[in-house]
Design a protein around this ligand. Sequence first.
Ligand SMILES: [Zn+2]
Length: 238
Amino acid sequence: MGYIIGYSISGFVIIISIIIALVAQSKVNDAYQTYKSINSSLNMTGAELAEKLSREKGLALQIKSCKGNLTDHYNPKDKSINISQGNYASSSIAALSIVAHEFGHALQDKERYGFYNLRQFVVKISNFASGILLPLLIIGIILEFVLMSGIGNIVIYISIGIYGLALIANLATLPVEYNASKRGKELLFSLGATSEDEVYATEKMLNAAAMTYVAGTLVSLAYFLRYLFLLLAFTRKD
Ligand SMILES: [Zn+2]
């Protein structure tokens, strides 16, 4: 009985965390809309900032422009910083905060920052696992129908596996993102973006983005717990 209550509560947590995720996403968009029209005192574009930091820190990164809105990312495979079109040639506080954050990931990669390596590793396993888990899941469901019993929990085990890996990847993402933002802020401030307004704006931009990762982890945790309670409820020996 307790497990069924846990299962129901986890469903409630999923709904709550999806609402938090939506609110966080709209806060990111709000902050972005506000600060993309306010120029940074640093007087350089996103691309120029990435080039300057890359040169100064001796990273020899490729600086590329990528399609889409807020699609900025660091790619460890070809050591490139990919800046979305709206930020590439923009000198706004929003653009520079985002580029500095992505440069933070490049530094994590160079310094082999523990959580960064962990996240890369888990994402790799998780990609591999989701490739083989879906066929397994389908086989599991077919077997359940054919045998009607016996193998009953396989779908739940597989689901726990999928959501467990996603949860670990999400948990490792939190310190990675927090640390990249911290590095990004320090880099911007070291270059002279230290007026009170700019510090406030940079923090607001990066904190809003961090909230989306927290919400993502909550969703992931709730799904994991949901299948765990389901398993416990099904396998319980009375
Ligand atoms: Zn990031």
